[in-house]
Each structure stands twice: as C-alpha cells, then as structure tokens.
Design a protein around this ligand. Sequence first.
Ligand SMILES: *Cc1c(COP(=O)(O)O)cnc(C)c1O
Length: 378
Amino acid sequence: MLKTIVLSAYHPTVAEIDLEAFKENVKTLKQHITSELLLAVVKTNAYGHGIVPISQEAVRVGADRLGVTTVEEGAMLRESGITVPIHILSSIMPRQAEDIVRYHLTASISTFDLAYALSKAAEKRKKIISVHLKIDTGLHRFGVFPREAVNFCKTCYQLPGLEWEGVFTHFSSSDEGDWKKTDQQFEVFRSTVNALKSCGYNFPILHVGGSTIAIEGKPEMRLDMLRPGIALFGYTPAPRQKDKITLKPVMKLKSEIVQVHELPPNTPVGYGGNFITKSKTKIAIVPIGHGDGYKKALVNKGEMLVKGCRAKIIGSISQDQTIIDVTEISDVTEGDEVILLGKQGHEEITARDIAGWMDSIVDEVVSSFTERIRRIYI
Ligand SMILES: *Cc1c(COP(=O)(O)O)cnc(C)c1O
C-alpha cells in the first residue's frame, strides 16, 4: 500500500468508490442468499476497490467472513483491526505457515506439505487453526483429487493443531452458464464429501460457489456458505444474469483533460505513428495509461465521456497518457472532466463495456487499476 502523502492538489485521475452502493450490494446479496454464511471475497485489493476500507464496510453491513488469496492481504486486514474469519482461498507455500498462525487466518489445504507445516506452526504457538480442505472437481487449478480425498484425510485429518472446519470446491464453468459441467462438478463434490463422512471425516461448513451461484445457482448448491466477489462491486459475472439481481457499480473512474490540440489532416498521432488523421482533428490528452492499468488493447476501440458525449481513444496508450478524439464535441478545453468508467449526462460507460472493448471480463477491468490511482471513498 502506498502511503498517502498530503499535497495541495492531486493528480486528476481518481477512482471514486461509492461505499453506499457497496453496502446496498452486500445487503442485496444477503437477501438473495438467505440463511447461508456470506464470505465476501476481497482478493486483489478488493477487485481494485481498496481492500481495507471495503473489508471494514463489508463486515459492518453483515459479511460473516472475508476471503483473500495472499497471506499479505490477510495480515493487512488483521492489522487494520478486522476480527471475523479471513480465508486464504488460494494455495500458499508451506513456509508461510507461521504467518497463518500468527494472524489467525483460515487456510485452504490441498497438499500434505502445507497441512504438515501448518500443524507444526500451530503446535509451536499452542494454537488451533481452522483449515478448509479444497477438492478439485474439475477446475484443475489446485485441490485434492476426489479419488485421493479419503487417503489424504487418513494422513492429514488427525494432525495436531488443525481444526478441519470446512471442505470446498470451485466451479470451472458456472459463469459461462455451463450447467451440465457445473452439475457434474457438484455431484463429484457431494459424493466425495459423503465418502469422507462415511470414513468419519466431518466438515461442518461446505461451500462451492461465488457470485454466479449466489445469483442463479440451484438451491441445493448453496450449502452452508457462499463466496461472492465481483457481485459485491456491482457486476454480475455474466451479462445474462443482469436481470436476476439489482446491483450498483461501486467504482467510478474519472480524470481531466490536460491538453487539447488541433491537428491538420495526415498527421501521425502517438507512439509508432500508426494512427494518422484523415481530416482536421481535435485531440485531447487524458493522464492515464497502461501504467495505471488502462490497457493498450483499448486503442481504436475504447471510449471516454467528455461533456456528456462519447470520445474515441486513438493513437496509442502510453504508460501515463491516452489520446482521445474530441473533434465532434464542441468547446472542449483543458480541465474538462473526463469519465472513463461511470455516468456523465445521459451517457454511461460500464466495466462491462470496457471488458468488451478489450476482450476481457469485468473482474480484470476493475482489478487492474493500479494503486497509483487514488481511491476516494464517498
Ligand atoms: C475469486 C473467487 C470467488 C469469487 O468469485 P466471483 O465470481 O468474483 O464471485 C469465490 N471463490 C473462490 C475460491 C475464488 O477464488
């Protein structure tokens, strides 16, 4: 985390984080998921929204737990005074076991080495730590193979210092709406859990899904806990889910025009000179670039809003600057507000639009904006 320095004026490019919208999204999701525990996934700096303020707000409005992917994120949340259980959803290195114990984090386990290291670290500090067994039902990222789960528990379940609080899996294709594959994975999960149970390996908390399962998953998939991430920030994972739940985008990205130029026809614009003006063109420079997570792929595709109108990105996106064509917009001057994400007048640019322009998903769009862009909480 960059330390906030106090200046008399700041860089014009900022991300406004609407905590009211975030709170409403959490409440909406809580209503949607009824009785299950809500684990708010705040990994990757809360999908770019700022992990500490977002997590504090999430807990305040009723998130039962938090989910991150690195020990650093978990430790940062503990240091900020958060006391609810914090899950490390990803695999970590055995050498990180000491910090899991020290910060009282809940680890996901899919290897013997990690289970053993955590057990040793817990014993050393005379602590009991919560762990969740991860089953790989088809994502093939990490997790214990279903056919090896019983044997895995034979070696790991009795290790001292560990409390096996839960067992979980993660679907590979639910966001894409592949319910055949998702049903199969769920069936594998269920039968694995049953096999474990019949051997005496019990796990009080079963959980399988993120936003998609919270929004449109079958009731039986809801189990004891749900793990929504992107939905908290105002977007459904897939466009088809848009009408199933009302969510509000939390992030607005804005800047100001730093320069305006009129260029004659046949003038190359930007690095490489690949874009050549056809006619007299008015260009405006916006101080954001790929160093801020504003991706080069947006050139010739993306748009920004100026004076309530859409302006196309042209030329090239450099590390700090982006060029837009404002020829058709009257009276554009330096200092005019530019909206890169959010509403201006009657127009709106959503993270879904940006994702479409760069052939990506909303998660990547919002998570990519770097810490150099100041977050302002409103
Ligand atoms: C990221 C993640 C989630 C949240 O997924 P969304 O689609 O953003 O809701 C849930 N569970 C695990 C294990 C994850 O890694």
